[in-house]
Design a protein around this ligand. Sequence first.
Ligand SMILES: [Zn+2]
Length: 316
Amino acid sequence: MAKITFRLSLLGLIGSFSLMLGAAGIAAEPPRCPDRARIVMQVLGSGGPELASGRAGSSYLVWVDGRARVLVDSGSGSLLRFVESGAREADLRLLALTHLHTDHAGDIVALAKRSFFNGRSRALPVSGPTGSGAFPAVDIFLERLLGREGAFGYLAGALDGTGGLLELEPIVVPAKINAESSAIQVFDSGGLSVQAVAVRHGSVPALGYRVNIADKVIVFSGDQDGGEAGFWELANDADLLVIHLAIPEQAGPAAKRLHATPSRWAEGIRQANVNRVVVSHLMKRSERNLEDSLDILADGFDGTIDVAEDLGCFPL
Ligand SMILES: [Zn+2]
């Protein structure tokens, strides 16, 4: 039976701490991940598009030696958590987008604008899926937002490196599911490598990611139905796997086409020999049934299961 841990609500702590100090006019220090750990996965946004229960949209940081190196997703509301975490844009080496729903990519424009006030000399690669239907490929997505003719054309420096803005360099990753779907390397430098693979999220082009640092492996599922063998190959032997539990076991067929049920996650986790699971992307419907879902996940799994909270830290 797996060990299940509910983490202390950091948000609750921050709120009460700020109130106590507010009267004296002293700003509370943001919470920091344990800085002695070499590698830490930090949750910035543990929720979905509802922005309920104190949960920002999807976003995660991978810290290496005290520097935030990989940002996975930049969902709505999560940029505030990025700032609260103490991370710096200048330290980032990759922004890895799982897909282009607002709860995963809604804060990119705000990130580009914020960079003006913080300085950055090198460009930031932004990996994301190819396009389909209503969803543009990641390069077109950025062009429509930040190009000279885009919605935020005044921030066009974010695509050409002018105007003191963080330059975003798109990396388009094939997201079409087929028999040959296999992982693609999107980053490899300085002992850090990142691979992406197509996952099935209804008709939405979507990716899962594997981050390798030294001998540690962190895998991010993104939103998906959990049915792609390619993803479970990517997740094999992960030290830490972040799964998105957006629906309960008894969800209807439309929701199941987009998201994996707890039993689907449980099956994959057992087969992939994962060591530790962080349950994230919680929505009202998944929170209402969380205990039942955790029981399903824990059945036959020997590792540790944690429930994500915004700003929660997971040292490896
Ligand atoms: Zn989502």
